[in-house]
Design a protein around this ligand. Structure first.
Ligand code: HBI
Ligand code: FE
Length: 302
């Protein structure tokens, strides 16, 4: 979402009386949820949980339960934070929507996850462009109960904050890394129906992609490699052409912390070289499954 559109959205919310603090946080306006909002949460939670059993990482499913997200109404962010804090020291903060990059990184670096307060409409059940409460709270927050994953996200926030201050080009690299892991990452799991389990928030909060990412023959599934990911473009308008597969959250912690911090010291080295297309398979790749490419749109990589 372009910065201008995000600012317009913030202005619209400000006008609606949602007082945004300088760090873009607000008090969760619990009174503003109507019966439709609660019904959408209930329907999405039940549908995705049923779909993800056997497809999502165990840490995700147990995290969602332990935070009390398995309720028929939009959860109270305060109640969720009260359960999350003892587990890993994280809490969630309500925001009107996408916030400026630096603000976002600053929250992550301080173990605060920004969660959009509003719920999508019933006619947006299967897809909406920007993150809503269900994407952020159901998609991103359960794994923050896992200490290693939580430390990986915090390390990413710290590395991103330092790099962002130094060189705006770092943002391209940071966005690619976040996209192919935190949003659309898979992890290897021997014995799982397809040898992989889902952990990315963009996948777990999407009905179609929860199935496509682990079962379709169309996409590539390639072993995660930090430099490879930092140079690979991605899709924001369709399912991913390629999913990168990590071995463990420990590997993710290495990549999102020291790994990316080292690369961000000299973003030009990675940005000056060629960027790979979202559907490319390279000679150096460890390919788990090579996709058929069925249904791919040619242009549109970002
Ligand atoms: N703001 N609320 C919110 N949520 C995000 O996921 C988010 C953001 N601002 C910037 C941002 N993400 C990007 O910097 C990352 O996706 C890389
Ligand atoms: Fe997200």
């Amino acid at each position: 979402m372009a910065a201008a559109a995000a600012t317009a959205k913030l202005q619209e919310q400000f006008d609606a009386g949602l007082q945004t603090r300088p760090d873009f946080t607000i008090d969760q306006p619990l009174a503003r949820y109507g019966a439709v909002d609660h019904a959408v949460w209930d329907q999405l939670y039940r549908r995705q949980s049923a779909l993800l059993a056997g497809r999502a990482s165990d840490a995700f499913l147990s995290g969602a339960q332990s935070l009390g997200l398995n309720v028929a109404h939009v959860p109270s962010f305060e109640a969720v934070s009260e359960r999350l804090m003892p587990a890993t020291g994280w809490r969630i903060v309500a925001v009107p929507g996408l916030v400026p990059d630096r603000i976002f990184f600053e929250h992550l670096a301080n173990r605060r996850f920004p969660v959009t307060w509003w719920m999508r409409r019933p006619d947006q059940l299967d897809y909406l462009q920007e993150p809503d409460c269900f994407h952020d709270l159901f998609g991103h927050v359960p794994l923050l109960t896992d200490p290693v994953f939580a430390d990986a996200i915090r390390a990413y926030g710290q590395a991103a904050l330092a790099a962002h201050a130094r060189d705006a080009r770092a943002l391209t690299l940071l966005a690619r890394l976040y996209w192919y892991t935190v949003e659309f990452g898979l992890m290897r799991e021997a014995g799982a129906p397809h040898g992989v389990k889902i952990y990315g928030a963009g996948i777990v909060s999407s009905k179609g992609e929860s199935l496509y990412s682990v079962e379709s023959e169309a996409p590539n599934r390639i072993a995660f490699d930090l430099d490879r990911v930092l140079r690979t473009r991605y899709r924001i308008d369709t399912f991913q052409k390629t999913y990168f597969v990590i071995e463990s959250f420990g590997q993710l912690f290495e990549a999102l912390g020291e790994g990316v911090a080292a690369r961000l010291a000299d973003p030009a080295a990675l940005l000056d070289g060629p960027a790979f297309g979202a559907g490319d398979v390279l000679a150096g790749d460890t390919v788990l499954t090579r996709g058929t490419g069925a249904g791919w749109l040619e242009d549109g990589d970002v």
